[in-house]
Each structure stands twice: as structure tokens, then as C-alpha cells.
Design a protein around this ligand. Sequence first.
Ligand code: SF4
Ligand code: SF4
Length: 87
Amino acid sequence: MATSENKMKSATRPGNVKYKPEIDVEKCMGCGLCMDSCESHAVKGCLILKNGNMCVIDEASCLAAQPRCEYRCEQLCPNRAFKLKKV
Ligand code: SF4
Ligand code: SF4
């Protein structure tokens, strides 16, 4: 049976392409799963639950510009509110 762990994409993205996540505020339902899944959030607080119902990203704290981020925020968002844009 597939688990959320083995459904995840590789942490290694091709080449040196870097991504910046953006949250579609229309799709975000404020579940907070992205905050729980983000490897740097506990330290840097890169995701902020705004008004208790919508997540926003503090880009200065987000590790998306670094290759070691696994983009779990995007992969585990149940409502596909995350979009990864190349930077
Ligand atoms: S996981 Fe998705 S729907 Fe849930 S708070 Fe984060 S962006 Fe919003
Ligand atoms: S891109 Fe990485 S560091 Fe940034 S919010 Fe998502 S999981 Fe956290």
C-alpha cells in the first residue's frame, strides 16, 4: 500500500533549478498540514497561519531557494493550494 512517504518526489530536482512556492489563497483552507510538514518551519516559521484560516509564506525564511528542501508543503497540501514557480 502506498504511503504519503513513498509518494513523495525526490528531494533532488534536475540541474540547479530552484523553486519558490506560492499559495493560492482561494484554495487554501487553513488546515496547517504544510506547516507540520515543512522541515524548516519549526525553526524559522516560514509558514504563517493568517486569521486562523489561510497560510502565507515568509519568503525570507523559506528554504525553497536551496536544493535540499523536499517541497513537502506542496506535496502534502490536500487542496493543491501550493504552486512551485521557478526562480
Ligand atoms: S496544506 Fe494547503 S490547504 Fe492546508 S494550510 Fe497549507 S496551503 Fe492551506
Ligand atoms: S518550500 Fe520548503 S522551506 Fe519553503 S515552505 Fe515549503 S517545505 Fe518549507
